[in-house]
Write a protein that binds this ligand. Sequence first.
Ligand code: HEM
Ligand SMILES: [Ca+2]
Length: 766
Amino acid sequence: MTVITIFRDYRCVLRVSVFLCLLLNTSGCCLTDWDLDFLTDDLFPDVSPLLASTRTFLEDLLKINNYSMEDEEESPISSELVAECIRRGRELTRAATRRNNELVGNGVSLEDSSPAMLHFFSAKLPSEIRKASDVSHEIISATKLLQMKMCSGSVTPNTFISFLEHQGIRMKDATYCQQVKVCCSSNNKYRTIDGTCNNKEHPEWGRRGAPFTRIATPRYADGIYAMPVAKSGHQLPNPRVLSTRLFQDQPIGSRVLNNMNMQWGQLVTHDLVFQVMEVTDKGGIQCCLGEGKGILPSEWLNDKCIPISVPDDDQFYRCHGIKCLNFVRSVTTPRDDCSLGHAEQMNTVTSYLDGSPIYGSDKKLAAKLRSWIGGRLRQESRKDCLRGFLPSVSDKFAVCDLRNSSEPCYLAGDTRINQTPTLAMLHTLLLREHNRVADILSDLNPLWSDEKLYQEARRIVIAEIQHITYQEWLPANFGEYYLHYYGISPTTLYTRDYNPDVNPGIINSFGAAAFRFLHTVISDNIMTCPNSYNAAYLYKLSDHYFNPSLLECSPDSFDDVVRGIIAQNAGESDPYCSGEITNLLFKSRNRWGMDLIAMDIQRGRDHGIASYNDLREICGLPRARCFQDLANEISQDRINALQYLYECVDDIDLFVGGAMERDVYGSILGQTFQCIVAEQFYRTRISDRYFYDNGEMPHSFTSDQLKELKKASMARLICDNTDSVYYVQKKAFEVESTYNPKYRCDDYNAIPYVDLTAWKQPSIFD
Ligand code: HEM
Ligand SMILES: [Ca+2]
């Protein structure tokens, strides 16, 4: 039992490395701390084919060493020490909250209509989320204290965390930590609203409020929560500098994909991921001096602030005297077992692709969205418009950037709804689809209750969303060859590969890096087309953030936006980005806005996302030892630019490195992003017991019903839910062309119709 003796000896470096040595030693030679960085325990619970080889490798090593948790007879960390760290961690957290609220009391708060204020429009934090965030900060502080108490000098932070993970030290006394367990009624035919009870063994998996999962060890500077630094210990390159040098604005359009393709991608994002920023009791947190003139002095700075400084020579911001961009850290949450360790961010929506932006991720909001008659969702009618619009929010000016109260501001299942008019347009199409389906079901089954109609219509709309995403959207973007390779290709009827061992949780590097690459396809303008298609009007995106009134200028406006979005080419999926999002994001009435790309880079660091090189390796590419090793994936001029900006190839941020890669054949992504995105969509499908084409489950659709659902398409969704869009190209995520001509909506051979008679329940009198 030498290991325990050494553990009792409080020399951290020796102790931790010997522990790891025993864990991984095959030939008496110890791997260095950094070699272990990308092989984490997070890989264990939720492995897919992609990561299976890594799992086998680790499991074999554990077998060789005959290691099991029970072998740890005594923890080297005494319970008194842990209790003391937790108590002090709690005190520190409470003191920080008090201080932050005092700052607000002293006037440190965001200016109305500032870009930073608009960024907080979507960040509403209900009390249970704030509670989770507080507890997670207590855990983070306790971990930090324990690290300081036990380790000094040369031990690397990640080694301490690996060591700690094997101790399984938990915070048991916080009520939050006792509440995570969920009770489920067995064999429910319908999904819950908050995602719980989908997985019978782990009913809390995929729920709203779950921690993101990781496929790589985080690169926090202290292994716990501190912002990452370069390998040398210097600062990583400034995110705004990376944005201006590597993501310049060049108006190149995609030859094939249209803006509906971009818009569906954002809707899918909002279904799967929502990391919200920390707030105070009074709302958004201010990190910069008024009007961005500099970073607030430290005595005024909220501890959740990590503002982005703007260099003096910035081509755009220097003209407006902007030196600082507001940036606030994401809400963190305890792990499900409340164990001590590094920070995990919280996903505030359900991780399943379950229509949560339409129906909500919490029961209270879901109830508010229903009309409670005929299974319908609430909608509002407008003069001279046949079809309905989303309901209005009660506090319009708190969440929209309006000129007057007659302008619309909508309520939906997701608070990001009003971010752009085209996002609100897509939400409206899906709201109308729900009500259209509910009405048909009600005609077919007049005896069904409101509840039955709502649940059945919801189940059908979710199936359509899943079908359009997997059968149409993924192939259009990532190429059929790769979908096949990653196990997410379109299927003919049932799939039978539901795997309850796979955690549906969203991979942190998917939400905080890889999937954000699609920010590069956002266009400068929103295009509208009249019914005659004889003109096109362009509206600058930056004039319409958080103001969806473009949809309601006239009775034709909504359909004009739909015609425009399917006719307009999206931006090319290269690292060139529209100035509308890199200089003018959420600009409101100002002459400048935020930089979404700089935010993406900073967000990746905030979440401790592992480096590009780590993810390369996990994704099967060779680890680069020098910049030139990137040559197979990245062009020489981009390698030169990276080398100019980063000190070391290991420092490259995942968002940046992944974006620089050449697209793989048939896809809009390079190999590393393709691997992370495909892994996520694989998990999202295979971990969902209610996935629409799962066969042989008590709640599965009948084969007649499934055959109909597999006819759903983006084109049909448009045809069925607009007043005057009579022609749509069959592939509605691609622009019209000789290969993709427009068809009449009543040509049911070209654009098949989902016939719902398969839902008619035989009457007892038939
Ligand atoms: C005009 C269109 C869009 C705008 C204005 C927009 C804006 C934003 C903003 C402001 C954030 C939060 C940034 C932060 O605080 O870290 C964000 C996050 C994100 N965006 Fe977009 N976005 C757009 C389109 C898209 C598209 C097309 C995709 C992908 C297909 C996408 C993927 C993501 C992802 C994955 C996140 C992280 C979500 C989260 O964790 O909360 N976005 N976007
Ligand atoms: Ca969801």
